[in-house]
Design a protein around this ligand. Structure first.
Ligand code: ADP
Ligand code: MG
Length: 283
């Protein structure tokens, strides 16, 4: 089955500024590196698919057909686009958050899919994928501020029964998105969306490596690899120039001269972020 089919897609911005005119399709299990020079239209293409390109002046597009699961015409019908959006985990290039509270960002992300015990679901995800390791949160003594107490309450954990692992998670979840560094915002944007992976068929991450330091590129890559191993039927689109994610198995490049999608040569993961084990995990 084709998961996403983009047929004769024609995108332009401003008069005569044709960006793309081409086709490609994605199957379950594809991990695609979508690449091409700055400004060639990668983010715009994704935003059009996600129904999020509303602030573009002069944007114009046409297509023969764009279908999801060979069934939903995602650009023809708002309800079919919504069905698509709900089964896609989309991490935008811009790290904008609906809430100042990290816990709320995670909870909002699973709002439609997890009915009960949402905060506990978040806590399990944070612990399962060792998210706290990315934030330099150490086991130092905590001075429980208002946010910390509020998160403890939301999680329903008693201060007397809390484990060391829970303390780290609560410290992270009680951080403020407003006071984060660029890299911390990027990771929070990524992980607060990836928490939905069990309910999605497609993950789209637009420039996920922006602002990440060496260790966090590895950490991000390892979380993504673990998710993919847990759910190998997922399709993943990574918009990036960096060839350092071991699980990538296809490269699609937007060719700005010919204005079309090129399927490139087979992917070789660069080893600039350390040694990769046979399981695709950085060691
Ligand atoms: N909000 C916007 N409104 C109008 N034009 C835009 C907007 N954002 C990007 N563009 C233009 O769209 C083109 C493609 O941009 P973009 O999709 O962001 O490229 P990429 O992600 O490949 O770097 C560029 O020429 C850019 O200037
Ligand atoms: Mg972009």
């Amino acid at each position: 089955m084709e998961l996403l089919t983009i047929n004769q897609f024609n995108l332009s911005i401003g008069e005569n500024h044709k960006i793309i005119n081409g086709s490609f399709s994605i199957h379950p299990g594809d991990v695609i590196l979508l690449t091409g020079p700055n400004g060639c239209g990668k983010s715009t293409l994704i935003k059009v698919l996600m129904g999020a390109a509303f602030n573009y002046a002069g944007l114009d597009y046409s297509y023969s057909f764009v279908t999801y699961k060979e069934e939903y015409s995602i650009l023809d019908s708002e309800s079919e686009n919504e069905a698509f959006r709900r089964s896609v985990c989309y991490v935008s290039q811009e790290d904008e958050f609906e809430s100042d509270s990290v816990l709320n960002c995670f909870v909002n992300s699973i709002d439609y899919t997890v009915r009960e015990n949402k905060a506990a679901y978040v806590l399990d995800f944070i612990k399962q994928f060792l998210i706290c390791d990315c934030f330099g949160i150490g086991p130092t003594k905590v001075r429980p501020d208002r946010n910390y107490r509020c998160v403890l309450k939301q999680l329903g954990i008693s201060r007397h029964e809390i484990t060391q692992e829970d303390i780290l998670a609560v410290k992270y979840l009680s951080m403020s998105t407003k006071r984060m560094s660029g890299g911390q915002k990027k990771l929070t944007n990524i992980f607060s969306n990836l928490i939905r992976y069990q309910f999605c068929d497609l993950l789209i991450l637009d420039e996920p490596l922006n602002n990440l330091d060496y260790n966090n590129v590895r950490a991000f890559s390892n979380v993504l690899t673990k998710i993919y191993r847990l759910k190998p039927e997922l399709a993943i689109i990574l918009v990036t120039h960096c060839r350092s994610i071991p699980i990538v198995n296809r490269i699609i490049e937007i060719d700005p001269v010919r204005k079309r999608f090129n399927e490139c040569e087979s992917y070789v993961c660069s080893s600039c972020f350390g040694t990769v084990g046979e399981d695709g995990v950085y060691q």
